[in-house]
Design a protein around this ligand. Structure first.
Ligand code: ZN
Ligand code: ZN
Length: 260
């Protein structure tokens, strides 16, 4: 019996590599960012990005704040938060990000924001999972929830990046994504136009929960594309907790460090 199983597995493996070779012939692999397609760049590639772009988009962060995701210097303290978040009334427990909102990652996120296609966002989400797999898996989420857009924003954009990221992460983690449970109660002034100090007030009561039992007792992975002060995610986390969520970790593509 085990010999038959082993044979069928090896046949499936052979078939997979034949299919991959055929796909490569018809659609040769190329890095989504720099478009290089040589074998050397492909070696060590992560998903749709070559080795070098992967290193630029998701650099190693040797020391970061678990509460807000900020990259820190080797001697900075991150006990009960760091210099970037200690004074902020953040209501989520922790944050995972691909990197800081600068250089290559900033350009990549900006280029996907107004894109007509979800491909770029999905590729960055895939990279987020690959680069931060350990902490995302260790969190052991029950449910992935994207930050919803207001209908005013929905009219201007083709898609909600947070929903795309949530779908990719949920699939990779083997859990459900729910984009209906967290709803916008009102349109808020764009955070960019509000002073850093007032951003938490600006978000107050901006969300409501539909079907609270869905989040009751659950470990929630709350998803957005970019986080600045954390005010939006914090208010969403507050509402989720009020409806019984056990814990709330945030996952984003990029963390803005200077709060502007
Ligand atoms: Zn590349
Ligand atoms: Zn921090």
């Amino acid at each position: 019996m085990s010999r038959i199983l082993a044979r069928s597995r090896s046949a499936a493996k052979t078939w997979d590599s034949i299919s991959q070779a055929a796909l490569d012939f018809v659609f040769p692999w190329a890095c989504q960012l720099c478009k290089c397609s040589d074998e050397e760049s492909r070696r060590g590639a992560a998903g749709n990005f070559c080795f070098w772009c992967r290193m630029r988009l998701a650099p190693e962060i040797p020391h970061s704040c678990d509460r807000c995701g900020a990259a820190l210097g080797p001697h900075s303290s991150a006990i009960r938060g760091c210099v970037h978040c200690r004074r902020e009334p953040i209501r989520f427990d922790s944050l995972t990000c691909l990197g800081m909102y600068e250089d290559a990652l900033r350009n990549a996120v900006l280029s996907t924001k107004w894109s007509l296609s979800t491909t770029g966002t999905a590729s960055l989400s895939d990279l987020l999972f690959r680069a931060r797999r350990q902490e995302l898996c260790d969190y052991d989420a029950d449910l992935v929830i994207p930050i919803p857009q207001s209908w005013q924003v929905r009219l201007r954009r083709r898609f909600n990046p947070a929903s795309v990221i949530a779908e990719v992460l949920a699939k990779a983690l083997g859990v459900r994504a729910d984009e209906h449970v967290l709803r916008r109660r009102r349109h808020t002034r764009p955070q960019k136009r509000v002073s850093v100090q007032r951003r938490f007030d600006n978000q107050k009561n901006s969300f409501r929960i539909r079907d609270g039992h869905v989040v009751d007792g659950r470990r929630i992975l709350l998803v957005d594309d970019v986080v600045t002060t954390g005010a939006t995610c914090s208010e969403a986390a507050r509402m989720l907790r009020r409806h019984g969520a056990k814990s709330c970790r945030v996952a984003v593509l990029a963390r803005v460090l200077d709060g502007r």
